[in-house]
Design a protein around this ligand. Structure first.
Ligand code: FE2
Ligand code: FE2
Length: 138
């Protein structure tokens, strides 16, 4: 079965998913400015995807014998629209780095299902990263 280290890492990932799910949803509600409509739609769409990620990781933690995390990592809403997007781009960069490590860890433990799950989620996070970068005009 999975090591404690792997289960703890999945729970760290889950706490981050809960964080960004709330963070992006409240940015969706709070964002102001000339591009608010477009930003707001993107925040909401991505928040809902993060909730699916949380569900999938929680199911995996349970299957592996752990208890799914209930406390989100620290939520940062940001100030104006640009600050929100910058905070979110950084969150996605951190997720990408963390999920690469989890994929390597899962492979080392021959946990191919967790590896495949995180490969799928990693692709979504790269897509989110790209969306925030594009909205920042980069
Ligand atoms: Fe996610
Ligand atoms: Fe994401």
């Amino acid at each position: 079965m999975a090591s404690k280290e792997l289960i703890d890492s999945l729970n760290e990932a889950l706490a981050r998913e809960l964080q960004v799910c709330i963070q992006y949803m409240w940015q969706h509600v709070m964002v102001k400015g000339p591009y608010a409509d477009e930003f707001s739609n993107a925040f909401r769409r991505i928040a809902l995807q993060e909730m699916i990620h949380a569900e999938l990781i929680g199911e995996r933690v349970d299957y592996l014998g752990g208890i799914p995390a209930t406390v989100p990592a620290e939520i940062t809403i940001g100030g104006d629209a640009t600050q929100m997007l910058q905070v979110d781009r950084k969150a996605e960069e951190e997720a990408i780095e963390m999920y690469r490590r989890i994929i390597e860890m899962a492979e080392a433990e021959k946990d191919y299902t967790t590896k495949r799950l995180f490969e799928q989620i990693l692709a979504d996070e790269e897509d989110h990263h790209n969306t925030f970068r594009t909205l920042l005009g980069e």
